[in-house]
Design a protein around this ligand. Structure first.
Ligand SMILES: NC(=O)c1ccc[n+]([C@@H]2O[C@H](COP(=O)([O-])OP(=O)(O)OC[C@H]3O[C@@H](n4cnc5c(N)ncnc54)[C@H](OP(=O)(O)O)[C@@H]3O)[C@@H](O)[C@H]2O)c1
Length: 295
C-alpha cells in the first residue's frame, strides 16, 4: 500500500477519497489513533510510502475541558505517525492550523512568524507540529484555516441549518481569517505526490490557504446569499454583526487569524484557494444531494 490516510471520516479525508483514490483510508473503526503504540505498529506493518494525517481533535471549545484527549490525538498520534514514517523512510503529510498564532498581528502570518496559541486546541496542534518536525525528516506540515466542506461539521453547514428558520443570524464580525475549502486542500495534497520519488514541494511548513480575507460575519453573509440564489434556502436571512464579547465561548480565538498563503504552493499547481469557488462547489454538492432525495 503506497499511501495511508488517517481520519477517514473527516472533512479533508472525505475529499481525499476523490483526489487520492488509491490510498487506504483508516477511520476510527479501523484504529483509535489516540493509541499511539498501536498506531505506530500498524503503520510500520502496513509499510506505506506516505502517510497523510487528516485525523485531529478539532473541537476547539471542548478541548479546554478535555486537554488530555486533545493531546493524545493532536500530539501523540502525529508523533507516532512520524516515528513510523521515519522507520519506513516514508513521507508524512500533517495538517495544522492558524490557531497556533495568537491573532495579535495586523498583517498576515508567514510560516516563520512567532507562534503563541491562545487555547488548548492551538497548543496541542503546535506541539503536534513540533513532534513531526523533530522526528520525521520527510514531512510537509500544511497549516490551514477555517475549513469548510459539504461533508462533516463546519461553520458553513451550521449557518445553513440556522438560516432555515428564516430568523436573523447573529455572527461574530471582529475575527478575521481565510475560509478554506477542504476540496482545495485535498487537491493540493494530491499534487504534492507524497508517495512519489521526487517531492513536488520542499519538505517543511507551509500555509495552505488563500483567497480574500473575511470575518465570520462576512463569510456567513456570502453563504446565505449564495444558498438562497441556488435554491437551498427559501430566502437569505438577515445576518447581524456582533462582537466576540457578545458571544462568550470556552476557548479564546485569535482576532486576526490570517495566514499568508505560501507562494510555493500556488506555483505547484496554480492553487489559489479561492474560497468563493470552494463555496460554490460545496453548495452545488449539497443542492445535488437535496435534488437526489426529492421524489
Ligand atoms: N476544521 C477546521 O476549521 C480546521 C481549521 C484549521 C485546521 N484544521 C486542521 O485540518 C485537519 C483536518 O480537519 P477536518 O476539518 O477535516 O477535521 P474533522 O472533520 O474534525 O475530522 C477529523 C477526523 O479525525 C478523526 N479522529 C479524531 N480522533 C480520532 C481517534 N482517536 N481515532 C481515530 N480517528 C479520530 C475524527 O473521527 P470521527 O469522525 O469518528 O470523530 C474525524 O473523522 C486537522 O488537522 C485540523 O486540525 C481544521
Amino acid at each position: 500500500m503506497s499511501i495511508i490516510v488517517l481520519g477517514a471520516n473527516g472533512q479533508l479525508a472525505r475529499h481525499l477519497l476523490g483526489t487520492v483514490p488509491s490510498a487506504e483510508f483508516w477511520g476510527r473503526e479501523t484504529l483509535d489513533v489516540a493509541d499511539a503504540e498501536a498506531l505506530e505498529a500498524r503503520l510500520v506493518e502496513a509499510a506505506p510510502r506516505a502517510i497523510i494525517n487528516a485525523a485531529a481533535y478539532t473541537a476547539v471549545d471542548r478541548a479546554e475541558s478535555e486537554p488530555v484527549e486533545a493531546w493524545r490525538v493532536n500530539v501523540e498520534a502525529p508523533a507516532a505517525a512520524a516515528r513510523a514514517a521515519r522507520r519506513l523512510d516514508a513521507a508524512l503529510v500533517h495538517v495544522s492550523t492558524d490557531y497556533v498564532f495568537d491573532g495579535s498581528a495586523n498583517t498576515p502570518y508567514a510560516e516563520d512568524a512567532p507562534t503563541c496559541p491562545l487555547g488548548v486546541y492551538g497548543a496541542s496542534k503546535l506541539a503536534g507540529e513540533l513532534a513531526v518536525r523533530t522526528i520525521c525528516p520527510r514531512h510537509w506540515i500544511l497549516r490551514t484555516s477555517w475549513v469548510f466542506s459539504e461533508y462533516g461539521h463546519n461553520f458553513m453547514k451550521t449557518v445553513l441549518r440556522l438560516a432555515e428558520s428564516g430568523n436573523p443570524l447573529r455572527i461574530v464580525a471582529d475575527q478575521l481569517g481565510r475560509p478554506t475549502y477542504a476540496g482545495h486542500l485535498a487537491e493540493l495534497i494530491a499534487a504534492l505526490d507524497p508517495a512519489g520519488d521526487s517531492p513536488q514541494l520542499p519538505y517543511g511548513t507551509w500555509h495552505a490557504t488563500g483567497g480574500e480575507i473575511a470575518s465570520w460575519h462576512g463569510f456567513a453573509q456570502r453563504i446565505v446569499a449564495r444558498a438562497a440564489a441556488l435554491g437551498l434556502l427559501a430566502e437569505a436571512p438577515e445576518v447581524i454583526p456582533i462582537s466576540t464579547a457578545d458571544y462568550p465561548a470556552p476557548a479564546r480565538r485569535p482576532a486576526y487569524s490570517v495566514l499568508a498563503p505560501s507562494a510555493a504552493i500556488a506555483a505547484l499547481d496554480g492553487t489559489t484557494f479561492d474560497w468563493n469557488t470552494g463555496l460554490e462547489r460545496a453548495l452545488a454538492a449539497l443542492a445535488g444531494a437535496a435534488e437526489a432525495v426529492t421524489p
